[in-house]
Design a protein. Structure first.
Ligand code: NDP
Length: 297
């Protein structure tokens, strides 16, 4: 059997297009553009690339992008003052502080300073709590993107057996919560799980968010399972290569012979993350102006 490839790149392009259309409607109704502020502290090269890409895509979607680049030695109090200024700015609907922060800064305190209603990354404990008790808030972008891909592929997830491998606050836990809200029967696996292959073999849906290259093997999967691979891992460069290949947490070659559908890496979950960030930012804008959020966002 050969699995259907879930094209996250195409789905993300469709979502960005819908965001673009609604961003235009929002501007017409509110008399201003929806705005996303991104704060980058220091010069981590990967973070610089992400921030540039977020800025470009925000503008391309017809929203305002505010980039705040602070030096690596910025103090905790200066960073908090910046976040508070953005909280108070009516032109800023979403605030994202790019992680990781330099070691001398306390991520938890900084994230807790962001207004929960502008916390478009969904990392604030208030939003984690809202998700846990089923209230509307902001859900972290990567798991929400995974849910969109699953719902698009499978429709109703009621009664499906789902296994999420990984229990981080930004991927595994919110993913499990979303699957539970969709009435799946959810198992969360982690580094202490006994006999992981056997646990995975029960699942109709497997979400791998581990950070270990090609760990999930074809033999672990139930035939026909839908596999969402969140992992992004770079293999060591092969002879003659500058950089190693990017791979997920699932052995794609083998798994795609057994699974019913699978996300590739790259081109699966990855492109969804920024598209959902734009979506969350526009949702924040509608809510901040007291307008109804469009149903197809
Ligand atoms: P974390 O390192 O925070 O969490 C990894 C989880 O995997 C932990 O819960 C850990 O268990 C579990 N784990 C580690 N080893 C094993 C093992 N051998 N068997 C079972 N479980 C194991 O990672 P993140 O959640 O932040 O990210 C996971 C992956 O997703 C990474 O590759 C990351 O790059 C990628 N990612 C991709 C994004 C995208 O946009 N596509 C966005 C965010 C992340 P324990 O808790 O017991 O230690």
């Amino acid at each position: 059997m050969s699995a259907e490839i879930i094209d996250g790149k195409a789905f993300a392009a469709g979502l960005r297009e819908r965001v673009g259309t609604h961003a235009g409607d929002f501007e017409a109704k509110a008399g201003r553009k929806a705005g996303l502020a991104v704060v980058l502290v220091g010069e981590d090269p990967a973070s610089q690339v992400y921030v540039r890409s977020k800025g470009k895509q925000t503008v391309a979607a017809g929203m305002a992008s505010f980039e705040h680049k602070l030096p690596a030695d910025t103090s905790q109090s200066d960073l908090i003052a910046m976040v508070e200024q953005l909280n108070a700015d009516p032109g800023v609907d979403g605030i994202l502080v790019q992680l990781p922060l330099p070691d001398h800064l306390d991520e938890h305190t900084v994230i807790s300073t962001i207004s929960p209603d502008k916390d478009v990354d969904g990392f604030h404990v208030i939003n984690a709590g809202r998700l846990a008790v089923g209230q509307s808030g902001f859900v972290p972008c990567t798991p929400l993107g995974c849910m969109m891909l699953l719902a698009d592929r499978m429709g109703d997830l009621s009664g499906k057996d789902a296994v999420v491998i990984g229990r981080s606050n930004i991927v595994g836990k919110p993913m499990a919560q979303l699957l539970l809200d969709a009435n799946a029967t959810v198992t969360i696996a982690h580094s202490r799980t006994k006999d992981l292959p056997e646990v995975v073999r029960r699942a109709d849906i497997v979400v791998a968010a581990v950070g270990r290259a090609e760990m999930v093997k074809a033999e672990w999967l139930k035939p026909g399972a839908v596999v969402i691979d969140v992992g992004i891992n770079r293999l060591p460069p092969a002879d003659g290569e500058d950089k190693g290949k990017l791979v997920g947490d699932v052995d794609f070659g083998g798994a795609s012979e057994v699974a019913g559908a699978i996300t590739p890496v790259p081109g699966g979950v990855g492109p969804m993350t920024i598209a959902v960030l734009l979506r969350n930012s526009l949702v924040a804008a509608y809510r901040n102006e007291g307008l109804d959020v469009p149903v197809d966002l």
